[in-house]
Design a protein around this ligand. Structure first.
Ligand code: ADP
Ligand code: MG
Length: 529
């Protein structure tokens, strides 16, 4: 990023008309410049240092932009587009930002030629719709055996290949065990708990088919391990009743006090007996458990845990089938869950308990790594891999990677442009050229001549079809299905939707200001620098 681009980022002044557009485009170029070198598996990592010295090493477009904390309206809009891309499909953020920047640049060239932003907007919308049709036509149904490659392609830009291999395996296993019936796209975030552990290296990261939690049982003298038992989950506590103020005033003899405690202990005893009658051997409580209750539970052979977070009891409920109840005295047999195994383990001086269920549908990813930064990176990468893998279970269409789909769409759009007689065709051409930024930068980041790469790729596709893409190892053009460079269709589809929306948003702002200032023929030369 050089001085001119940095200046654009610093400038928060509201500008009008054409200079607003130029300024917005400078901002977009600066952002694209910041992530350009990270695109693809041969892309470089960026080291980000925050004000308080916190370090993040990443190659993930959205992380770079999000951490940059840039205060500029256009920058916020573009970062918003990449965040939205990340949230909805977990991949393709660098692609989105590169296309936005390119599309803005190309739109500016048209504005300079005297094409009104409204016409440009219309052309971009036509081009987008045509691309969405083409994506449908050129997508293929994913084969079970390809999923691993797809998830690895997602991870290739984020982590090294050994870790990518491990995380892809775990993410696919997790995705296959999720329950898709409620049709909730967010289920992967609720049903897979992220737990970072200090010991071990990143490739020791593991998936547990149950709940793992930094807790130990309330009574150390009770059993640390157990198998095939019955579990009850209480959203509340198992504590002695407290005297309220009115009651306190009436207490005038030791006898009344003792009586109160006795009754309170008796209530706890009744609850514990109820658990014993139902052959429950594991009790999970959201709030506290009193000392009286602890000894009663241990003597009755019930192992208990207290102070669980809401998310943890919900996950445990999924895994064991136990219903979350408020009150033991109202316990029914159907509220009781089953677990397969419970064990405790000390990792880096912290006690952890793992409870494996008998139901699938809830898991814990135990993230390992030597430093907190490393663990954060693994967690982000796993989130992306799981997001893509679980979505592929719902939407199983795929596209070729390696710049193939973009090269095809660019060529197709140029032909499509000719079917329009008006000036929109210029905007359709501009859209086409913007997509070529992807094969261009992939070639560039791999050390190949970008212009030659785009030309030879397009020529090769004319002979052999849209699934031919760039082999980033030797610069040749190969079948992406054979080489396993595949991407979910929903990722690239979302990229061009987000990108077009953002560009149109910026052109619209400009459009309004133009109308107000009634500039007919702008004098570009004087304002450009
Ligand atoms: P994004 O944030 O856009 O996902 P990435 O750094 O993950 O950026 O790069 C994704 C691009 O890299 C896609 O266009 C994808 O097709 C391409 N790509 C990934 N792996 C390969 C590969 N082995 N060969 C060629 N292209 C690849
Ligand atoms: Mg990616």
């Amino acid at each position: 990023m050089e001085s001119e681009e940095s200046l654009a980022l610093d400038d928060t002044e509201r500008l009008v008309g054409k200079s607003a557009l130029i300024n917005n485009i400078k901002t977009a170029s600066a952002l694209a410049g910041a992530v350009r070198s990270t695109l693809g598996p041969n892309g470089l990592d960026k080291m980000l240092v925050s004000e308080n010295g916190e370090i993040t090493v990443t190659n993930d477009g959205v992380t770079i932009l999000d951490k940059a904390k840039i205060d500029h309206p256009t920058a916020r809009l573009l970062i918003g587009a990449t965040l939205s891309q990340d949230r909805t499909v977990r991949d393709g953020t660098t692609t989105t930002i590169l296309i936005i920047s390119e599309m803005l640049q190309n739109s500016l060239d048209l504005v300079k030629l005297g094409v009104h932003p409204t016409i440009i907007i219309r052309g971009l919308e036509l081009a987008l719709n045509e691309c969405l049709e083409q994506i449908k036509l050129h997508s293929k149904k994913v084969d079970e055996s390809q999923i691993n490659n797809i998830v690895k392609t997602v991870l290739s830009g984020k982590v090294d290949s050994a870790l990518g291999e491990r995380l892809a395996f775990l993410a696919i296993e997790a995705a296959n065990n999720l329950d898709y019936s409620e049709n909730s796209t967010d289920s992967e975030r609720i049903r897979v708990k992220r737990l970072q552990l200090k010991e071990g290296t990143v490739t020791d990261t593991d998936l547990i088919h149950g709940l793992m939690i930094a807790k130990t049982r309330v009574d150390i003298s009770s059993n640390s391990d157990s198998n095939n038992g019955r579990v009850v989950i209480i959203d509340g506590g198992l504590e002695n009743e407290k005297l309220d103020i009115d009651a306190e005033i009436e207490i005038n003899s030791l006898g009344v006090m003792e009586d109160f405690h006795k009754r309170s202990r008796e209530k706890i005893a009744i609850q514990v007996r109820k658990l014993v009658d139902e052959e429950v051997d594991l009790l999970i409580v959201r709030d506290g458990i009193s000392d009286d209750a602890i000894s009663l539970l241990t003597n009755s052979g019930i192992v208990a845990y207290r102070r669980f977070e809401r998310d943890d009891i919900e996950l445990l409920s999924l895994v064991t089938g136990a219903k979350i109840i408020r009150d033991i005295s109202k316990l029914e047999s159907s509220d009781i869950g089953n677990y397969a195994r419970r064990y405790e383990k000390i990792i880096s001086e912290v006690k952890y308990t793992t409870i494996l269920g008998t139901n699938s549908g809830g898991m814990t990813i135990a993230i390992r790594g030597t430093t907190p930064e490393k663990r954060e990176e693994v967690e982000r990468a796993f989130d992306d891999a799981l997001g893509v893998a679980s979505r592929l279970n719902i939407e199983s269409e795929i596209l070729p990677g390696g710049g193939a789909i973009q090269s095809h769409l660019a060529r197709h759009l140029r032909n499509f442009a000719h079917t329009h007689s008006g000036r929109e065709q210029l905007a359709i051409d501009a859209f086409a050229a913007s997509l070529e930024i992807i094969p261009r930068v992939l070639a560039e980041n791999s050390g190949f001549d970008p212009v030659n790469s785009i030309l030879s790729l397009s020529a090769e596709q004319t002979n052999s079809g849209s699934w031919i893409g760039l082999n980033i190892h030797d610069g040749s053009n190969v079948d992406m299905e054979k080489s396993g460079v595949l991407e979910p269709s929903f990722v690239f589809r979302q990229s061009i939707i987000e990108a077009t929306e953002a560009v149109i948003g910026i052109l619209r702002i400009d459009d309004i200001l133009w109308a107000k200032t009634e500039i007919v023929t702008p004098d570009w030369e004087t304002d450009e620098d």
